[in-house]
Design a binder for this molecule. Structure first.
Ligand code: HEM
Length: 423
């Protein structure tokens, strides 16, 4: 079956995610009427839209049948796919990172960092992260009652945390922020590289330029950490050996880039979305202050609520069936985490922000062998920020309209104007 054209066009449209209700309504209609149908928007290879939570999990638990790296791992049109192949000498993804490799290569690469980001491994970092959180709470309070929480706090705090963990000096943070925003917000004239609306072809060209600029930066990082190894994640990447060899150039660059960029934009989007949810619900701050043991539930709900990674793509390598729908080898599929996280079959009131959910099997971090490598760090840094902030303010509400980025991939609020009173 083929999805109605209007639904196909909506779910690929970056502007539909900037007004989240539009994308949410399209996915609700898809779940209700065509939960696993094929989209065929003009200029794109057809792809299945996987909208149900259970189907996303089913696909993610079969990495031998559904590959990440054979086709683009994020939605890209045909012209983009051709240009990517031309630029990379035949690969389907501009960046060769964990999310775009499979099998042994994926297992080996993931093994380089995985032991250092388990809950137990990151526990000793909590004190340092708390100091950073306090610094940003002080920074927020210095605004004297109003600020843009996205730009003034949420973009900066996760950036400082991940750069500290990676071993990137503070003076390079603005550069990393700018390039990450360019990478993920190509369709947004306020944040992309050219600061103007771009054609799809121009977007890919600018993605490539940003990637090259990041690679030039990271070339020096390898040199520095090979000369002086440390415990930082970038040092682990620089010095890792698989089967006796250092990572090759594309693997190493891909690793640096995904850790640096995925490591803060996602968490920033979730943090600003959490504040937006809080500021629109005046009772919630008080509820959190009265029940600090609900902070983990709050964090989990903010991750579900915001779902900053809207999708990842997979391609089938064998004929199979998902949710009763036959899928053929070679088919391309969009796993819509945003839709999975609003699935009525899993949540009561999926469109409500609730901190009293008994369970919250949110799928915003993905699932299976590719499940987010930074999930425990992300949870910890957000928990610590809210623990510190809730002690210091007595009220918060919106001070104007919030605004979301124009993007169909990794995105969230870019402006969250708030008014607050300190304790
Ligand atoms: C709220 C914050 C975050 C969200 C929602 C998020 C979401 C995701 C998602 C959806 C995936 C793909 C999972 C899949 O295919 O099943 C992923 C993978 C990944 N994330 Fe995150 N992420 C977050 C924070 C972080 C942080 C802080 C880091 C930094 C250490 C990070 C690093 C990665 C890496 C390296 C991968 C690739 C894993 C693999 O393919 O094996 N993420 N993330």
């Amino acid at each position: 079956m083929t999805l109605p054209k209007d639904l196909s066009e909506t779910i690929i449209d970056p502007k539909a995610y900037a007004k989240r209700e539009i994308a949410d309504a399209a996915f609700a209609a898809i779940r209700a009427t065509a939960p696993l149908d094929k989209a065929q928007p003009e200029g794109f290879d057809p792809f299945w839209v996987v909208s149900r939570h259970a189907d996303i999990k089913d696909i993610e638990r079969q990495p031998d049948v559904f590959h990440n790296g054979d086709k683009s791992t994020f939605l890209s049109d045909r012209a983009g796919a051709e240009m990517t192949q031309a630029l990379t000498g035949g690969e389907a993804n501009l960046i060769r990172s964990l999310v775009s490799v499979d099998g042994k290569e994926h297992k080996d690469l993931r093994g380089v960092v995985f032991p250092h980001v388990t809950p137990r491994a990151i526990k000793p970092m909590e004190d340092q992260i708390r100091l950073i959180a306090r610094e940003f709470v002080d920074h927020m309070l210095s605004f004297d009652g109003t600020c843009d929480f996205a730009a003034d706090v949420a973009f900066l705090y996760p950036l400082r945390v991940i750069m500290t963990v990676l071993g990137v000096p503070r003076e390079d943070e603005p550069f990393m922020l700018k390039l990450t925003q360019e990478l993920f917000n190509n369709a947004d004239p306020e944040l992309n590289r050219s600061r103007m609306e771009l054609s799809r072809e121009e977007m890919l060209k600018s993605l490539w330029e940003t990637t090259m600029e990041l690679e030039a930066y990271f070339a020096n990082v390898t040199k520095r950490f090979r000369e002086n190894p440390t415990e930082h994640i970038n040092s682990l990447i620089a010095n890792a050996k698989i089967d006796g060899e250092y990572l090759n150039h594309r693997q190493m660059m891909g690793y640096y880039i995904i850790a640096a960029t995925a490591g803060h934009d996602t968490t920033s989007n979730t943090t600003s979305g959490a504040m937006w949810a809080l500021a629109e619900r005046p009772h919630l701050l008080r509820a959190m202050q009265d029940n600090p043991d609900r902070i983990n539930a709050f964090v989990e709900e903010t991750i579900r609520w915001e779902t900053p990674v809207k999708h990842f793509m997979r391609s089938a390598v064998a004929d199979t069936t998902i949710g009763g729908q036959p899928i053929k080898a070679g088919d391309w599929l969009m796993l819509s985490y945003q839709s999975g996280n609003r699935d009525e079959a899993v949540w009561d009131d999926p469109f409500e922000f609730r901190i009293d959910r008994e369970t919250n099997p949110q799928i915003a971090f993905g699932y299976g062998v590719h499940v987010c490598l930074g999930q425990h760090l992300a949870r910890m840094e957000m928990r610590v920020l809210w623990e510190e902030l809730f002690k210091r303010i007595k009220s918060v509400d919106m001070n104007g309209e919030g605004q979301r980025t124009i993007s169909n991939f990794v995105c969230g609020p870019k402006h969250v104007p708030i008014r607050f009173a300190a304790q």
